[in-house]
Design a protein around this ligand. Structure first.
Ligand SMILES: Cc1cc2nc3c(=O)[nH]c(=O)nc-3n(C[C@H](O)[C@H](O)[C@H](O)COP(=O)(O)O)c2cc1C
Length: 368
């Protein structure tokens, strides 16, 4: 058997390998191979799954917490929402209706959702269309063309903006973009001057050759070749706020559009925000658009209030990203093998996982 390469193997999932004649559990497991390709903050992949006779339970894995940048686990829960959307899309593609219930049992805090899967010949056609985009979607942090979205592109994306407990705002007004760009650059200065922020980020940045199944390979930040070995040290040691702020200011101001996902800070709203975000970026990927985050004003408390005011939101901004036209990012980020995030009786990975290095990091970096 070929060696598992975390940057390649999980992305090579082939639909013809779907176990058509296999047991239900095998089919559900196959669908989860698409769920784990979802994006997550610092690529922590803070999810776990447990197979059920009629579907899967979806759990938060709090060992993947980011106490500095995400002290309330907002982005952790949003990431799980993104994984749920991938599961919905894969289920629709392979002929399964997928009924998701957020927070099925309030007395089990890690259990965030359940997905009931049943064979169906009439699955959601709009979701089905997004299936190829699951493996094509990558966060793309390069500079984009300074070019507006076509009317048709904007119209298609506008259809994805209304949810029940969350919503999406598309900003193309340059005056508002400039005000938001100001906040993004202030956010960069604030975050990068904080050694605990840099330390946490650096602890998830990997060299381009690392074989770990999580974290951000330095090429994701445009750090090439041999220099990537120094990436984590560099990030930890130097306050790069000034150049980062300058770059991000321009990115935000010139973006074809800035996208704000908003809702309340409740688990149900955050899960929906994550689902809506992932549907939005899968759709934009299928349209040939690129995206990258500018979350700084959502992550710094004071700036979040100011962003909310600029947008006149009744609820709270949860995610901020730019979209536009650019060369696609072809290099994928690593993923852990499905087995490592599957809760199975007697799966040794789970015990190992409970005592992993992230837990130790959390203790060190936790702010009291
Ligand atoms: C909730 C959430 C928050 C994120 N925040 C940021 C961010 O602030 N800055 C950034 O560059 N990337 C951010 N990312 C992108 C992740 O780093 C990225 O998804 C992860 O490294 C996996 O890479 P991929 O998206 O290319 O698969 C975020 C992703 C999610 C889902």
């Amino acid at each position: 058997m070929k060696k598992y390469d975390p940057k390649v193997t999980p992305w090579q999932v082939a639909e013809q390998d779907f176990p058509k004649d296999g047991a239900l559990a095998e089919k559900f497991k196959f669908l989860l191979r698409y769920a784990i390709l979802a994006p997550s903050g610092h690529n922590t992949q803070p999810w776990k799954f447990k197979l059920q006779p009629d579907g899967v339970f979806i759990y938060a894995d709090y060992t993947g917490r980011l106490p500095v940048v995400d002290p309330d686990d907002r982005e952790l829960v949003i990431s799980i929402g993104a994984a749920i959307m991938n599961l919905r899309v894969a289920a629709a593609h392979f002929g399964y209706a997928c009924a998701v219930q957020h927070q099925p049992k309030a007395n089990t805090p890690e259990l965030l959702a359940s997905a009931r899967l049943s064979e169906s010949s009439q699955t959601d056609t709009e979701l089905k269309k997004l299936f190829p985009a699951i493996v094509q979607r990558h966060t793309n942090r390069i500079a984009y063309e300074v070019r507006s979205l076509a009317e048709g592109e904007l119209k298609r994306l506008q259809k994805l903006t209304t949810g029940q407990k969350a919503a999406i705002r598309i900003v193309t007004d340059k005056t508002i973009q400039t005000s938001i760009a100001e906040l993004v650059s202030q956010g960069d200065h604030i975050q990068m001057s904080d050694p605990t922020f840099r330390q946490e980020l650096a602890s998830w940045v990997r060299s381009n050759w690392a074989l770990r199944g999580d974290g951000i390979a330095a090429y994701g930040f445009g750090i090439p070749g041999i220099i990537s070995w120094m990436g984590p040290w560099f990030m930890r040691t130097f306050d790069l706020g000034k150049p980062q702020a300058k770059k991000d200011y321009q990115f935000a101001k010139e973006a074809a559009a800035l996208i704000i996902v908003h809702g309340e800070d409740t688990k149900e709203s955050l899960l929906e925000a994550g689902e809506m975000f992932e549907r939005f970026v899968l759709t934009s990927t299928s349209m040939g658009l690129q995206y990258a985050f500018l979350n700084q004003p959502v992550e710094v408390r004071d700036l979040r209030t100011r962003l909310r005011t600029i947008l006149g939101l009744a609820d709270l901004p949860q995610l901020l990203f730019r979209i536009g036209h650019a060369e696609p990012q072809k290099r994928a980020m690593p993923r852990r093998p499905l087995n490592a995030v599957l809760i199975e009786d007697g799966n040794p990975n789970n015990q190992k996982y409970d005592l992993n290095i992230n837990m130790i990091k959390n203790i060190i970096f936790r702010r009291i």
